[in-house]
Ligand binder design. Structure first.
Ligand SMILES: NC(=O)C1=CN([C@@H]2O[C@H](COP(=O)(O)OP(=O)(O)OC[C@H]3O[C@@H](n4cnc5c(N)ncnc54)[C@H](OP(=O)(O)O)[C@@H]3O)[C@@H](O)[C@H]2O)C=CC1
Ligand SMILES: C[C@H]1O[C@H](OP(=O)(O)OP(=O)(O)OC[C@H]2O[C@@H](n3cnc4c(=O)[nH]c(N)nc43)[C@H](O)[C@@H]2O)[C@@H](O)[C@@H](O)C1=O
Length: 341
């Protein structure tokens, strides 16, 4: 684990890279992502990758994909060979080992190592293949556990991380540094986005390893179907989280790919948050569960709050379109039609 002292020297060096990155630009000419560009979306079957691939295809881009069985992105040699052959104009790196608070706690090794390997393979392969446009997806968990709220981009590396997801966060921080390093050393127009907690169609609804929103949809649905009087959720219900629909995230990513060219990783969120207890009430309403809600405080709460400051993204023209209540109802409907056992 890094000490506070280690953090301050690491922060100074990465912030040095930030200082070199120059002014933020919002190029509306789409010169950074020409019409019809060929874009490799890594992780196209996941929550985020599928939303981005849908939007890019709808906007007339040629979307290149590979399933994990076809190409394990941890394999640097095969990933490099694929990128040399495919020669995409741009890469969206949405492939990662991802999960909720318990998955992060139980499987720290793959959350650290798979993500580092995927990032190394894809970024070094993309550079070798001459790919000048790349979007790397990080996460709001890169910020210190007790960062001032709302969290500005400058909070990166200013304090200790939340212990439940430290390995995952450190892999993501390495990815940010990799993007900045390729920018500095080779002049690549690569960028990073730091999304808040996401949800939507295609999410994982695994009862133990998923994120809170799909987990609650499933828990309440099963309690309603089983006629149970109580559904037990994790932690105290007091942590606050910000939720953004994956289609809104995809819109933000397209905006950034078309017009953002700076080493500063940009926050992507909706600008407001709710307690987990408030989220539970919204999800219970959407599912039609009317029983009691209990709290298992032996389960971790995680970060008390992680509301992103999205001033910079708003200035670039982004506004989310999917309100939480509607998004939860649609995601529940999607799960009933596609995933519900
Ligand atoms: N979900 C969230 O709340 C948030 C997500 N993010 C970021 O967004 C990105 C995408 O997350 P999300 O869509 O939720 O995750 P998912 O788990 O839904 O999707 C991850 C995708 O990555 C692919 N993948 C994983 N490992 C490999 C591998 N070794 N080789 C090839 N493909 C692989 C998976 O393939 P397969 O389908 O075959 O398993 C899947 O398509 C991540 O970088 C994550 O950090 C950021 C903030 C919040
Ligand atoms: C996106 C983000 O996701 C993770 O961080 P997290 O925000 O803490 O994630 P979470 O969605 O799992 O939990 C949010 C809150 O909700 C509470 N909670 C209640 N009941 C359930 C429940 O049934 N399941 C889950 N998962 N949580 C529950 C839970 O106790 C916690 O207080 C990291 O992977 C991190 O690396 C990351 O990037």
């Amino acid at each position: 684990m890094l000490t506070t002292r280690d953090f301050s020297s690491f922060a100074a060096s990465v912030h040095g890279l930030m200082a070199e990155s120059g002014a933020m630009t919002a190029d509306t000419s789409r010169g950074l992502l020409p019409s019809g560009a060929r874009i490799f979306v890594a992780g196209h079957r996941g929550l985020v990758g599928s939303a981005i691939a849908r939007l890019l295809a709808a906007e007339g881009y040629e979307v290149i994909t590979r399933t994990r069985d076809e190409l394990d992105l941890r394999d640097a040699a095969r990933t490099g060979a694929f990128l040399r052959d495919a020669r995409p104009d741009a890469v969206v790196l949405a492939a990662a080992r991802v999960g909720g608070i318990m998955a992060n706690q139980r499987f720290p090794v793959p959350f650290l190592e798979d993500n580092l390997r995927i990032q190394l393979s894809v970024m070094s392969g993309a550079h070798a293949a001459g790919v000048n446009r790349l979007l790397f997806l990080g996460s709001s968990c890169i910020y210190p556990k007790h960062a001032p709220q709302p969290i500005t981009e400058e909070a990166l590396l200013t304090g200790p991380l939340e212990p439940t997801n430290e390995p995952y966060a450190l892999a993501k921080i390495a990815g940010i540094s990799q993007v900045r390093s390729y920018r500095r050393q080779f002049g690549r127009s690569w960028i990073s986005a730091m999304p808040t907690n996401l949800y939507g169609p295609g999410d994982s609804f695994d009862p133990e390893n998923s994120h809170v929103l799909p987990a609650l949809i499933r828990r309440f649905h099963e309690a309603k179907r089983g006629g149970r009087e109580e559904a037990v959720l994790w932690g105290s219900g007091t942590p606050r989280r910000e939720f953004l629909h994956s289609d809104d995230l995809a819109r933000a990513c397209l905006l950034l790919l078309r017009g953002y060219d700076d080493g500063l990783p940009l926050n992507v969120g909706c600008g407001s948050d709710v307690t987990i207890a408030e989220l539970a009430a919204t999800v219970a309403g959407a599912v039609g569960y009317t029983g009691r809600i209990g709290w298992d405080t032996s389960r971790p709460d995680g970060t008390p709050r992680k509301l992103l400051d999205v001033t910079r993204l708003r200035k670039l023209g982004f506004a989310p379109r999917v309100p939480l209540g509607l998004g939860v109802r649609e995601t529940y409907q999607w799960w009933l039609e596609h995933g519900c056992p």
